[in-house]
Design a protein. Structure first.
Length: 294
């Protein structure tokens, strides 16, 4: 299912120029807005997902003020000098703009669960919940300009291009650093037994990582890394190994053709079975069977 940003707003004084330019990537939605502004423009915004706001261009001297509650104190912000903001999920903000004639801005929404899965680590909840209002960074502005250009490109490039730019922007803003040599925790004994027993019992069908993680109460990324730290292989490879063990048992019986053995071992067809068998054992099922039964 494509990620859809969830926002509520009550705004006035803005008129959208042309069409909204929107691109969907993997867990990311980028919007580029061109708007004309009345003498006063502003309103209330809250999103159910984290987002980045980047002012790309404006006309008019422009004065910006924000409030974090309906009756809260106003705070002046120089969006020309500090055009970037990170706004956490469910963070309420009121904005009042005067003397803007036109503005173009990029909104970059992202789904936390999808980002965690893609980056193979849980995002820091404290950092996710901490707003950054407002700041400037030449590198981030350059990335934002490239993303906006791709959103408005009538002939978009490969999805990996825009997706990579957007992911880089999120990683930089969230200050996600690679931790070299970090040791991953292992599963407890009961967790490993429950997971491996479940895989063995259900190895003939496609098992989702989400099922295994929910089985023992961990996030998908935590479970995946802990399982590999405990067994030396990923959960999917453990399932493949279980299928191969069943296939070897059937091969040793010498009673069924390879097409039936492939089907009864959970492989899509004989070609898939042969490909996986060769990758893991360096020989074909037929040759292995012949050497074992000779």
């Amino acid at each position: 299912m494509t990620f859809q940003p969830r926002m509520q707003n009550r705004i006035e004084g803005f008129s959208v120029v042309g069409d909204l330019h929107r691109r969907h990537w993997n867990g990311i939605v980028a919007d580029v807005w061109d708007v004309e502004c009345a003498a006063y423009a502003g309103g209330y915004y809250v999103g159910r997902d984290p987002r980045l706001f980047v002012l790309l261009d404006k006309k008019g001297p422009g004065a910006s003020r924000i409030r974090l509650s309906p009756e809260g104190p106003e705070r002046a912000e120089d969006w020309q000098r500090c055009p970037i903001a990170y706004i956490p999920a469910d963070f309420e903000m009121w904005a009042d703009l005067t003397d803007y004639r036109f503005m173009r801005h990029l909104d970059l929404h992202f789904d936390v669960e999808t980002m965690s899965r893609r980056l193979a680590e849980d995002l820091d909840p404290e950092r996710l919940a901490t707003p950054q209002l407002f700041f400037s960074d030449p590198r981030l502005l350059s990335l934002a300009q490239f993303i906006a250009a791709e959103c408005t490109n009538p002939k978009p490039l490969h999805d990996l291009y825009g997706d990579g730019l957007a992911l880089a922007l999120i990683i930089d803003v969230m200050k996600l650093a690679k931790a070299p040599g970090r040791k991953r925790s292992r599963l407890a004994g009961w967790q490993l037994r429950r997971a491996t027993d479940f895989i063995e019992e259900n190895c003939l069908r496609n098992i989702k990582l989400e099922e295994l993680a929910n089985l023992i109460g961990l996030s998908q990324s935590h479970f995946s890394h802990a399982f590999k730290a405990s067994t030396g292989v990923a959960p999917h490879q453990w399932q493949v190994n279980a299928r191969l063990r069943r296939a070897k048992y059937l091969l040793l019986q010498g009673e069924q053709p390879l097409t039936e053995i492939a089907a009864e071992s959970g492989f899509a067809d004989q070609a898939h079975f042969t490909r996986v068998f060769r990758k893991n054992f360096g020989t074909t099922p037929a040759h292995w069977q012949k050497t074992q039964l000779a």
